[in-house]
Design a protein around this ligand. Structure first.
Ligand SMILES: [Zn+2]
Ligand SMILES: [Zn+2]
Length: 103
C-alpha cells in the first residue's frame, strides 16, 4: 500500500515538473527570445526555454524573460481563433495573456 502511494506521489511530481517547463517566444530569424507579453515577440513561435538557448538565442532586454518567466505561472484561459486554448503563459490574476486582455 505504501509503495503505491510513493509511486503515485512520484508520478504527480513528474507531471508537475513537466508542466513547469518554461515557454519563451522567438521568431526563426530573431536572435532574442521573449516572454508572452513582450511587444517585440510579434510573429514569434512558442518554444521551450532550453530549445531557445540551444539555438543560440539570448534573452530580450525589453521583456527580460529570465527575470519574468518565473512569475508566469499559468496558461492563458483564452481561446485562439481556431478554438484551441491559448498557449501563452501569464502572471495576470485574470488568468489571461495580454492578447486576451488579461494584463
Ligand atoms: Zn522581448
Ligand atoms: Zn491568451
Amino acid at each position: 500500500m505504501k509503495k503505491t502511494l510513493v509511486l503515485f506521489a512520484f508520478l504527480l511530481c513528474g507531471i508537475a515538473f513537466t508542466g513547469k517547463a518554461q515557454t519563451v517566444y522567438a521568431s526563426d530569424k530573431g536572435e532574442k527570445y521573449h516572454t508572452a507579453d513582450c511587444k517585440l515577440s510579434g510573429d514569434a513561435k512558442d518554444l521551450k526555454l532550453g530549445e531557445a538557448k540551444k539555438l543560440g538565442k539570448t534573452a530580450c532586454g525589453v521583456c527580460k524573460p529570465d527575470e519574468h518567466l518565473k512569475d508566469k505561472t499559468s496558461q492563458c484561459t483564452g481561446k485562439t481563433a481556431d478554438g484551441t486554448r491559448c498557449k501563452r503563459m501569464t502572471a495576470s490574476p485574470k488568468g489571461k495573456c495580454f492578447q486576451h486582455k488579461g494584463a
